[in-house]
Design a protein around this ligand. Structure first.
Ligand SMILES: [Zn+2]
Length: 227
């Protein structure tokens, strides 16, 4: 599999140094002027991509901050291939909330997420009482908001976002592709809450049981829909 090391442009660097880059949170982990991972260059959100791979991703989190018991946290893994630049691929972890916000998730799949993954609509006080599809503790049901799962907010991020877990595996259970092979833009795959992931952390397991039972885990894209 091709891994592309992409240099940051001087414009990106300047924005970053000026604190103007909307994606500083993602770029702060880059080494020198180069992305240390695959394609963590958010400006590529404007590109057209083909969705090549899709999976439910999870890793075992640190202990719950409230009840201190240990359980997994989840996101959707996608592999995108550029329709414009040969050999350019992006390996991304996208929060479930993004898919739900875009109304992409099937009801049956959300039921599976609740019964097997402790993912449901919860209200975040920190986010001005916003209610969204969130990771949470299966024991005490406290919300693990996207800021603490997909971002390393206050240093309390988990498997996906905290460098303390950089060498621990992320398991991926393949899901059916939800789009046809037409190139599309996937801007939300590159937003503040989505992350690049190193290939050497990914461990492919069985196909996601929810997908095989329900056949469809998300609705089919049509027209020029993007997420
Ligand atoms: Zn708990």
């Amino acid at each position: 599999m091709t891994v592309t090391i992409r240099p940051l442009t001087m414009d990106q660097l300047e924005d970053l140094l000026n604190g103007e880059c909307h994606y500083a949170d993602e770029l702060e982990k880059t080494e020198g002027l180069f992305s240390s991972q695959t394609v963590d260059a958010p400006l590529l959100a404007d590109q057209y991509w083909q969705l090549m791979d899709c999976a439910l991703a999870y890793g075992v989190n640190k202990d719950c901050f409230r009840c201190h018991r240990r359980s997994p946290e989840f996101a959707i893994y996608i592999r995108l291939q550029s329709a414009q630049t040969d050999g350019l691929e992006a390996f991304r972890l996208v929060p479930l909330s993004t898919f739900d916000y875009c109304r992409l998730l099937a009801t049956e799949f959300k039921q599976y997420l609740w019964s097997h993954c402790s993912i449901r609509l919860r209200t975040s006080k920190m986010m001005n009482n916003t209610t969204y599809l969130s990771n949470g503790c299966p024991f005490c049901d406290v919300i693990w908001g996207d800021n603490f799962v997909m971002r390393n907010y206050r240093g309390q991020g988990g498997m996906f976002s905290n460098s303390a877990y950089d060498t621990t595996p992320i398991y991926i259970e393949p899901l059916p592709l939800f789009a046809d092979m037409m190139p599309r833009q996937y801007p939300n795959a590159f937003n503040l809450l989505s992350r690049g992931v190193r290939l050497d952390r990914l461990m492919r397991t069985r196909n996601c049981p929810a997908a095989s039972r329900n056949r469809v885990w998300t609705r089919i894209l049509s027209g020029d829909v993007s997420f």
